[in-house]
Design a binder for this molecule. Structure first.
Ligand code: TYD
Length: 232
């Protein structure tokens, strides 16, 4: 790939506010002249969204953890090769609300699937491909759960669609998730940045923008400044 875009993933436990922040980052980048593609996992393409429906609907019951991981990685493979990688090859920025660290944290640390198995599945579907930056939204599990309970109470349709299987797993599960995400961050210091999600929305957004601006040279054109070509 001669020209490559930027791939940023948003990760964390439930109720960290990352989906709101992903949308806010898209708007902030648009204001700087970059139009990122916002996507999510599980899902992101029509076929992968069908696998998402299987995974998240309550009435589909529980899967064996390895079966669940296989479904997630099947969806991820589809998402990666039909959407993420072509966009990056085209020079686009792609922001994904969750990606492979969610499998490490949820299926590995949370559900007890062997971490090596998760890594092997990752290598099978993605090879040595990695996000350029992963933001890990961190909040105390008690607070995160309270936030998602509040959100659920105010979004009737989401409750009716039954998309809450993982959130039903409770506080101990969320604690294992948090430990997992923080370990992933400390094992991958070049790729991951932990974001303090226990702040107001504007403060979290500012923290994220600072990270993005320090990592990626947004061209002066993108910041709305005129570029002096040196001839004038
Ligand atoms: P979603 O409603 O998108 O939750 P959130 O707003 O917290 O991102 O549902 C996605 C759920 O799927 C979420 O609870 C995390 C879970 N998940 C996994 O368990 N493993 C994975 O690899 C991915 C991508 C998600």
């Amino acid at each position: 790939m001669s020209k490559r875009g930027v791939f940023i993933t948003f990760e964390g436990g439930d109720g960290t506010g990352k989906s709101t922040q992903a949308k806010m980052l898209v708007a902030a980048l648009q204001a700087r002249g970059v139009t990122p593609i916002l996507t999510r996992e599980p899902g992101g393409t029509p076929q992968a969204e069908r696998i998402r429906d299987l995974l998240l609907q309550r009435d589909s019951g529980h899967f064996d953890p390895l079966t669940e991981a296989l479904l997630l990685f099947a969806a991820r493979r589809e998402h990666l090769v039909t959407k993420i990688q072509p966009a990056l090859a085209n020079g686009d920025w792609v922001i994904s609300d969750r990606f492979a660290d969610s499998s490490r944290a949820f299926q590995g640390y949370g559900m007890g699937l062997d971490l090596e198995t998760v890594e092997n599945l990752y290598r099978m579907v993605a090879g040595d491909f990695e996000p350029d930056l992963t933001l890990i939204f961190d909040i105390e599990p008690e607070k995160g759960l309270a936030r998602s309970a509040h959100k659920k109470a105010s979004t009737v349709n989401k409750t009716e669609s039954g998309e809450d299987r993982y959130e039903l797993m409770g506080l101990e599960f969320q604690k294992r998730l948090r430990k997992g995400f923080l370990e992933i961050a400390s094992q991958n210091p070049d790729r991951c940045v932990v974001i303090n999600a226990d702040q107001d929305i504007a403060a979290v957004h500012a923290e994220i923008l600072e990270v993005i601006e320090s990592r990626f040279a947004l061209s002066p054109v993108f910041s709305g400044l005129k570029v002096d070509g040196g001839r004038g």
